[in-house]
Design a protein around this ligand. Structure first.
Ligand code: SAM
Ligand code: SF4
Length: 456
């Protein structure tokens, strides 16, 4: 019989790490681990890390400092605490982590976390262990499925990773090195996972991949399926009311996928598709393999297919060689798209990537000043989008109780939180809501009869 133990998993970075953290918890459950949100109670602490920018990586090391204090206090009280570092920092830095932070017992890369229970047993016997191989076995085939209770506890909206890795090699990005080559999961496995989630009450599934629209997993017919085909099949899963996918690359926005937005009502009219820059000169240096005109053409094709479509993006400021003129092209692109939202980043030089050695590295104060202006442009566009929602009626998926008694909160098709006075029993349901009030980061509404969209 397994001894009951507690695990605390802290996720850094992207949604793919959130998904991986859930799968780690599922895989540790048969070994007797239950999840705790209180790090002080944990027998095993897992930091699931992000390596995309230097700041994300350094956060992990400062967190490890705090974990060491906890571990030492537990040891004084006669309790053993094991510390594991997983994810992309683990993959990229391996042994270096144990050298910098000797309190770490396990370092496990993003492709081998299915081995966590075995690594734990080995670390308990033999001391610190580092496993950053890209193993021959498929981790997804070796992960435990989530229990019904675990699915319910995670809410009505769930992630499913369908694709990992990237072959695009943007010159600033570590993903091709930390997550490896592009690989897609077979469609039957994804369909089975979606059915299991739906049976436990999940109503919305977001398909995840570093480059999700490059999906080309094997279909049940033995042939590679594009993402559009997978989405069409998932739209048939009973109980699934909403489908989303993220993150997409503009180059892989194939016609079949654009048509899926026209043909599948459950595919939400909101797409995160990073542009990175509005300047062709920068896009070329970034090796993005698309131009500003390509990006805008993709947006207009999507809007033609689904007029209520809205967009969000990622932008990097201060990429090596970026002039004021290049930066202004990014600002004007945001206005031209009318972004409903966007993430903005200061360029961070990552060792081993081509851009880290490019001439024309931009000074920190210039990056900070551009970031402020970029964020102002993003906020202005997001506020305009939210303001356009006023008076509109659209479907909301209710997710949880709201802040005040009698209130519940859900998500609009565009992922905005929407607060409504309605019964708690509506959680998990999709209902039409008319937007009556808009604040900086929330919408307020009343239950209605008719559904529609805003787009634009
Ligand atoms: N695969 C997606 C794509 O192609 O757009 C996104 C992957 S990455 C996890 C998320 C975002 O981080 C990127 O879109 C980019 O804006 C940002 N990013 C990646 N590397 C960066 C770097 N070295 N410095 C600053 N931002 C970076
Ligand atoms: Fe990184 Fe995305 Fe470029 Fe791939 S496509 S290298 S994940 S930014």
């Amino acid at each position: 019989m397994n001894v009951e133990r507690k695990v605390h998993i802290k996720s850094f970075g992207c949604q793919m790490n959130v998904y991986d953290s859930h799968r780690m918890a599922d895989t540790l459950a048969p070994a007797g681990f239950t999840e705790t949100t209180r790090v002080e109670d944990a027998d095993l602490i897992v930091l699931n890390t992000c390596h995309i920018r230097e700041k994300a990586q350094e956060k992990v090391f400062s967190e490890l400092g705090r974990m060491r204090v906890l571990k030492e206090a537990a040891a004084r009280a006669g309790r053993r605490v094991t510390i594991a570092v997983a994810g992309c920092v683990a993959q990229a830095q391996g042994e270096e982590i144990v050298r910098r932070a000797p309190s770490v017992d396990i370092v496990v890369g993003s492709q081998s976390y299915h081995r966590l229970p075995a690594l734990l047993a080995r670390a308990e016997r033999n001391g610190a262990i580092v496993d950053t191989e890209f193993p021959v076995e498929d981790k997804f085939d070796n992960l435990e499925p989530p229990s019904r209770e675990a699915i319910r506890a995670r809410g009505v909206s769930a992630f499913v990773t369908v694709q990992e890795g990237c072959d695009k090699f943007c010159t600033f990005c570590v993903v091709p090195y930390t997550r490896g080559a592009e690989a897609s999961r077979p469609a039957v496995k994804i369909i089975a996972e979606a059915e299991r989630l739906a049976q436990a009450g999940v109503r919305e599934i977001t398909l995840l991949g570093q480059n999700v629209n490059a999906y080309h997993g094997q279909g049940p017919d033995g042939r590679p399926w594009p993402l559009a085909r997978l989405l069409a099949r998932l739209a048939q899963v009973r109980g699934i009311a909403r489908l989303r996918y993220t993150t997409s690359h503009p180059r892989d926005m194939e016609t079949s996928l654009i048509e899926a937005h026209r043909d599948l009502p459950s595919l939400m009219p909101y797409l995160h598709v990073p542009a990175q820059s509005g300047s062709d000169r920068m896009l070329e240096r970034m090796n993005r393999r698309h131009t500003r005109a390509d990006y805008l053409d993709m947006i207009s094709r999507l809007r033609a297919a689904r007029p209520d479509m809205a967009f969000s993006s990622d932008f990097i400021v201060g990429f090596p060689g970026e002039s004021e003129h290049d930066f202004e092209a990014t600002l004007s692109l945001i206005d031209e798209i009318g972004c409903a939202g966007a993430f903005s980043f200061k360029y961070s030089a990552r060792p081993g990537t081509p851009a880290a050695d490019m001439p024309g590295q931009i000074r920190e104060n210039v990056k900070s000043e551009r970031l402020r202006r970029l964020q102002a442009a993003i906020d202005r566009n997001a506020a305009a989008f939210n303001a356009r929602c006023l008076g509109h009626t659209f479907d909301v998926l209710f997710e949880k109780p709201g802040r005040y008694p009698g209130q519940i909160v859900g998500r609009s098709p565009y992922l905005q939180p929407v607060q409504v006075m309605a019964s708690q029993s509506s959680i998990g349901e999709v209902a039409a809501v008319t937007i009556t009030e808009v604040s900086s980061n929330s919408l307020f509404g009343v239950l209605a009869r008719e559904a529609g969209g805003v787009g634009g």
